[in-house]
Design a protein around this ligand. Structure first.
Ligand code: VGL
Length: 195
């Protein structure tokens, strides 16, 4: 079977960019750079998948949102972010969403750092979509390096895909944990390259 190649764009959403509730430095720039990259390299990818964190509005999403009146620890508990249907959950406007083939939503009522925990609007798992499409290798970009990019890339690797993280098209919550994430990805057999 032909070996197909996918781009996975992780959580390029308003709440993870400047002005958002869980803003990562350079998020808006990542959104712009992913668009430029994709316009220049469209022929490289057979399928472009993008995930969005898509949390419930009326509960803590399994403790993922810090309890009201309590401070998030920014490791396991977070400010309210990416509530389904809200502005914060939309793709950042610098990301040209018309370039995305498959949209994945994750985190309804629970933490879900990995894109592989999400589903398409018609309820299919992303693993099913990639396998049916004949995808054997994925490039990964987006936000946040130290959480959802890390978890999605590690899952992709465990599931048997060749994984390349595009390190000029990512940004993280914190510098130290982002650097540790890249080391972990290398140790698990992912490639880390500048696109
Ligand atoms: C993320 C922290 C909390 C992410 C999501 O998209 O990396 N980070 N929820």
């Amino acid at each position: 079977m032909e070996r197909k190649h996918a781009l996975l764009i992780i959580d390029v959403q308003n709440d993870f960019c400047e002005g958002g509730s869980l803003a990562c430095q350079g998020g808006a720039q990542v959104a712009e750079d992913v668009t430029t990259y994709l316009r220049d390299h469209a022929s490289k990818y057979d399928i472009v998948v993008a995930s969005r964190d898509w949390h419930d509005p009326d509960n803590s999403n399994g403790g993922h949102f810090a309890a009201s009146g309590e401070q998030p620890d920014w490791v396991n508990s977070w400010p309210v972010h990416c509530v389904a249907g809200s502005h914060g959950a939309e793709y950042h406007s610098n990301l040209d969403a018309s370039l995305i083939d498959v949209h994945v939503q994750k985190g309804q009522g629970k933490p879900a750092y990995s894109l592989f925990e999400g589903t398409t609007p018609d309820g299919r798992s992303i693993l099913e979509v990639l396998r049916e499409s004949g995808v054997t290798s994925v490039d990964v970009c987006g936000i946040a390096t130290d959480y959802c990019v890390l978890a999605s890339s590690l899952d992709a690797r465990k599931l048997g895909f060749e994984v390349t993280v595009l390190n000029n098209l990512i940004t993280g919550v914190a510098a130290e944990s982002s650097e540790a994430a890249l080391q972990e990805l290398l140790a698990q057999g992912c490639k880390v390259v500048s696109a």
